[in-house]
Write a protein that binds this ligand. Structure first.
Ligand code: ZN
Length: 498
């Protein structure tokens, strides 16, 4: 087979993989938005077949031979095809390294675990979840050895979510942040808290829907390529760079929840829509990693969305949509309210300052759990102790403690640190953006085109063409977590008059 023929086969293989993914995503979108309640069974059948076919295609000898052939001829490949073949070979090797019976057993376990976790959370009963969590942790320790036997198990898992990141890197990262955030938090808590009670007035859903449409317009999201739906948990789902969906949830007694969900998911959507055409329908399409993706959503949500200039810009429209609710509120008061700091129990409700402390608790637990120095039965005790130590709060029960997140029930160990890395990357991107251009003048007029263009050029367009670390270097330069700590200190000192 000559190179051109092999490349044609590669394109066909990639399109098939894309089609399986797109079909599964459509079913997921349907399940979470419009499907009637008791219809999961049939979708489960279809999803099982699609996942099986995808796995078969990946693991087939033909695919392996094609990728090996292309690898032998790699000197003749352009940059894009070279990356594509390299990544596909990596994914293939990964998948085929896990013995098929263990892969099946694990798939069944994670399927069962999500139901068990849900019940345990509902009933506030960690003991119910414990045996499943023990199995999940044991599987992940074993799989880590398949992924990379030369690494410590937790390092191998971290590498799956954010390539190049390991415990040594994260220990330094989190230690730097903790040393700066904990005293800052104490100083903030000694001050009077701003009034945010007006955020919980009655905000009718119909007006909130119009507000979402307005926010998407300000973000520069083209509604011909990006739709918004409503789901229990907001998310972003991408088919390709011309078709992205975001979702939100409306709470009539809480304006900020949907507002910041739309801006956060909008940031994810901007990334997906900005990936270049050349990588579409290949394994390089889409955002490069969890950490980089979160840097984009958090950039829009916290750095732009919770900034004074942005709120000044959108406040007249908010007054128009919610005239009675905001009659006695100024943009300045609104800005202070959405930046209120409050150490809390629930990660997803945490403010920007305390968020990373929630992540550190999870990191310390995962590190010990996967490292074999913490037994599953001792997780709740350590969780509660670390929440007291880092955030100063007493955890009253499992539901508001170590049972709150779905990640472990899905088998995701090593995922959490990406959230904190994303926040830190975003702060450094802002610093560099401010050095390159006037960010806040246009933002105060509701013009985000410059911000969008900068991120598009430095982050979005590459998709998976660069490694995550390459994208970070491109947008941040040499990564330095003190930039994030400086940003937090400056922001909260101004807000709280420290
Ligand atoms: Zn996100």
């Amino acid at each position: 087979m000559d190179l051109n023929e092999a490349l044609a086969q590669l394109a066909e293989l990639e399109k098939k993989l894309y089609a399986y993914q797109a079909a599964s995503s459509s079913l997921y979108l349907d399940a979470t938005t419009t499907a009637p309640r008791d219809t999961a069974e049939g979708r489960g059948v279809a999803l099982g077949v699609l996942a099986g076919e995808r796995h078969k295609l990946f693991a087939s000898p033909g695919t392996g031979e094609l990728l090996n052939l292309l690898w032998e001829k790699r000197d003749g490949l352009d940059r894009l095809r070279f990356r594509e073949v390299k990544e596909l070979r990596r994914a293939c090797a990964q998948l085929t390294r896990i013995p098929p019976d263990e892969y099946m057993e694990y798939a069944m376990l994670t399927n069962e675990a999500s139901g068990v976790w849900r019940r345990a959370k509902e009933q506030n009963d960690f003991e119910l979840f414990r045996p499943v969590l023990e199995k999940l942790a044991a599987f992940n320790i074993k799989f880590a050895g398949y992924y990379d036997p030369s690494k410590a198990p937790y390092d191998a898992l971290l590498n799956e979510y954010e390539r190049g990141v390991d415990m040594e890197y994260l220990d330094g990262f989190f230690a730097t942040l903790r040393a700066r955030i904990v005293p800052l938090l104490q100083a903030v808590m000694a001050k009077e808290a701003p009034d945010d009670s007006f955020l919980r007035r009655h905000y009718p859903i119909e007006a909130q829907r119009k507000f979402s449409a307005y926010l998407m317009e300000v973000l520069g999201l083209d509604r011909a390529h990006c739709a918004i739906g409503e789901t229990e948990h907001p998310y972003t789902l991408e088919f390709n760079n011309k078709d992205v969906r975001i979702t939100t949830r409306y709470d009539e007694d809480n304006l900020a929840f949907s507002m910041y969900s739309v801006v956060h998911e909008g940031g994810h959507a901007k990334y997906e829509l900005g990936v270049c055409d050349e990588v579409q329908y290949t394994c390089l399409a889409g955002g490069v990693s969890m950490g980089v993706h979160e840097s984009q959503s958090r950039f829009y949500e916290n750095l732009i969305g919770r900034s004074r200039p942005f709120i000044e810009a959108i406040f007249p429209k908010m007054r128009e949509l919610f005239p009675e609710q905001l009659a006695d509120v100024t943009a300045e008061q609104f800005h202070r309210a959405v930046n209120k700091v409050r150490p809390s129990l629930i990660r997803t409700e945490a403010d920007e300052l305390t968020y990373c402390l929630h992540i550190m608790v999870r990191y310390e637990i995962e590190k010990r759990l996967i490292g074999g120095t913490l037994a599953v039965k001792d997780v709740p005790e350590l969780w509660n102790r670390l929440y007291k130590e880092y955030l100063g709060v007493d955890v009253p029960c499992g539901r508001e403690g170590c049972l709150q997140d779905s990640h472990w029930s899905g088998g995701d160990f090593g995922y959490f640190p990406s959230y904190a890395l994303g926040s830190a990357y975003a702060a450094q991107m802002l610093k560099n953006m401010e050095a390159d251009m006037d960010v806040w003048g246009p933002v105060s007029r509701g013009d985000l085109s410059g911000v969008s263009a900068w991120l598009g050029e430095k982050v979005h367009k590459f998709g998976g063409l660069l490694e995550p670390a390459g994208v970070v270097k491109n947008a941040c330069g040499q990564f330095d977590p003190t930039v994030f700590a400086d940003y937090l200190e400056k922001k909260y000192s101004a807000l709280y008059g420290l």
